[in-house]
Design a binder for this molecule. Structure first.
Ligand SMILES: CC(C)(COP(=O)(O)OP(=O)(O)OC[C@H]1O[C@@H](n2cnc3c(N)ncnc32)[C@H](O)[C@@H]1OP(=O)(O)O)[C@@H](O)C(=O)NCCC(=O)NCCS
Length: 197
C-alpha cells in the first residue's frame, strides 16, 4: 500500500533535561542489539545500557532528543573531549553520537539531530566536532559526509571531523531562546513516554 505524506508523523527536536530521565532510559532499553552495537561501537547488555542511561542525562555536555507523537525515538549526545571550563563552554573539541530507532529512520531525524548538535556545539565554544563510528557503518558515514565532515580511518573506526564557524551575537541570542523553550517543554511534560514500548 502506498504511504501518504499524512501517514508519516512529524518529529520535533529539543534538548533533554533531567526531567526527561525516564524517557531516556526507556529509549535506550528499546534499542535493539544491532543499533546498540553501532551506537556504542561494541555490544552492550541491558545492565550496561541502564548504567549508561542513568549517568548520561547529568554528564558533561548536552543531549538532544527527537520526539514522534510525544515519544523519544532518536537521541544525539554532545560531549566535550577534554576538560571543560564551565557547563556553558565545552572547549574547542567535542564529540557527537547519535542513534535513531530503526522504525523511525530515513525520515530526516538523524540529519536534524546532527544539525541541532552542531549548532549547540558552535554556541558552546566548539570549533572541532568529531563523530566516530565503525568503518562499515554506511548510514552514519554518509550522514557525517553530508554535513561536511572530513572522514579519516583509524583502524576499524572512522573519525569524522567537522569545522564549526564561530557564533555571532544573533546566533547566540537565537540559541539562548531555543534552549529556554526546550527547558519549558521538558518541565511541562516530564516523563511522557514512561510506559511506551
Ligand atoms: C546513522 C543514523 C543515526 C541515521 O539516522 P536517520 O534518521 O535514518 O538519518 P536521516 O533519515 O536523517 O538521513 C540523513 C542522511 O544520512 C544518510 N543515510 C541514513 N541512512 C542511510 C542508509 N540506510 N543508507 C545510506 N545512507 C543513509 C543519507 O545521506 C541521508 O540523507 P538522504 O536521505 O538525503 O539520502 C541511523 O542509521 C542510526 O541510528 N544508526 C544506528 C546508530 C549508529 O550507527 N550511530 C552512529 C555511531 S555514533
Amino acid at each position: 500500500m502506498a504511504v501518504r505524506a499524512s501517514d508519516v508523523s512529524v518529529h520535533s527536536i529539543r534538548r533533554l533535561w533531567p526531567a526527561d530521565r525516564n524517557a531516556v532510559l526507556a529509549y535506550f532499553l528499546r534499542l535493539d542489539p544491532e543499533t546498540r552495537a553501532s551506537r556504542f561501537m561494541g555490544s552492550v547488555g541491558e545492565a550496561g545500557v541502564r548504567a549508561y542511561a542513568a549517568q548520561a542525562i547529568r554528564a558533561e555536555g548536552a543531549m538532544y532528543g527527537a520526539f514522534v507523537d510525544g515519544v523519544l525515538r532518536g537521541l544525539g549526545e554532545l560531549r566535550p573531549m577534554g576538560l571543560t571550563r564551565s557547563r556553558l563552554v565545552l572547549g574547542p573539541q567535542a564529540e557527537a553520537a547519535f542513534a535513531v530507532e530503526p522504525a523511525f529512520r530515513r525520515r530526516g531525524i538523524g540529519a536534524d539531530l546532527f544539525a541541532r548538535i552542531a549548532r549547540a556545539a558552535r554556541h558552546r565554544g566548539v570549533t572541532d566536532l568529531h563523530v566516530r563510528c565503525l568503518s562499515g557503518n554506511g548510514p552514519m558515514l554518509r550522514l557525517a559526509a553530508k554535513h561536511g565532515a572530513a572522514l579519516q580511518r583509524a583502524g576499524g573506526e572512522i573519525d569524522g571531523a567537522l569545522q564549526l564557524e564561530r557564533p555571532t551575537p544573533v546566533s547566540l541570542w537565537y540559541e539562548g531562546i531555543a534552549e529556554a523553550f526546550d527547558f519549558s517543554l521538558a518541565v511541562s511534560f516530564p516523563d511522557r513516554d514512561r510506559a511506551s514500548a
